[in-house]
Design a protein around this ligand. Structure first.
Ligand SMILES: [Zn+2]
Length: 219
């Protein structure tokens, strides 16, 4: 099955999605040459309709999108690039171009907030708790207690999870697993480590090489 580039413009839209967090980073257009260069170099390259020229994302800013895999949709006229983004992907300096949420009336809200898959949203909430002094939250008290307090809770929760797994209901297993994951995330926050870095370690263990890895091997 061949890709369907627009018959007038020779372009098709390409959505760049973080392969680890699932966040949609940006959308741009590709012609055949941009796609070929993307596949060859492993760096997302688009066609700029305003400049009428190819541009490799990050060629001036350094904020490249390393392409892991490319998918076409059902009718092969739109692409998804699964990427490892370096730095922010939007020219405004925000991680993603999609930070303008619509209200129920369809109007764009004034407050800028990224469209985040849930794990990232959870991470941002924990980060906000780290810096906020206004409220006394459970998260805040854990962070104030440091590695000792978080470690103690982690051991308790791991034990409860193990017990649930052995002899309790599925719902109990899920509840205890959620407790473990929550405390695990608070621990990462204490150390200033991103969830994405954790996912990268897990991804490395699957050893699935992509376009970017293959391109760098040929260099
Ligand atoms: Zn943007």
């Amino acid at each position: 099955m061949d890709l369907t580039f627009d018959s007038q413009t020779g372009l098709l839209p390409a959505v760049a999605q973080d392969r680890l967090t699932g966040q949609v980073r940006m959308v741009a257009y590709m012609n055949r040459e941009a796609l070929e260069r993307t596949l060859r170099t492993g760096n997302a390259t688009f066609f700029s309709r305003s400049r009428n020229a190819l541009w490799t994302k990050g060629e001036t800013s350094g904020h490249v999108l390393r392409v892991h895999a490319v998918y076409a949709d059902c009718d092969a006229d739109t692409l998804v690039l699964l990427v490892d983004p370096e730095g922010p992907s939007c020219h405004t300096g925000r991680p993603s171009c999609f930070f303008r949420r619509l209200g129920p009336d369809g109007a764009v809200e004034s407050e800028a907030v990224e469209a985040e898959p849930f794990l990232q949203l959870l991470e941002r909430i924990l980060r906000d708790r780290t810096t906020s002094t206004a409220e006394r939250s459970y998260t805040r008290s854990l962070l104030d207690g440091g590695a000792e307090k978080i470690g103690k809770k982690m051991r308790e929760e791991a034990d409860e999870y193990a017990r649930a797994l052995a002899s309790e209901s599925d719902q109990r297993v899920l509840d205890e697993a959620a407790d473990v994951v929550y405390h695990l995330l608070v621990g990462l926050r204490l150390r200033g480590l991103d969830v994405r870095a954790l996912l990268a370690v897990l991804a490395d263990r699957t050893k699935q090489s992509g376009h970017a890895e293959k391109a760098s091997r040929h260099r």
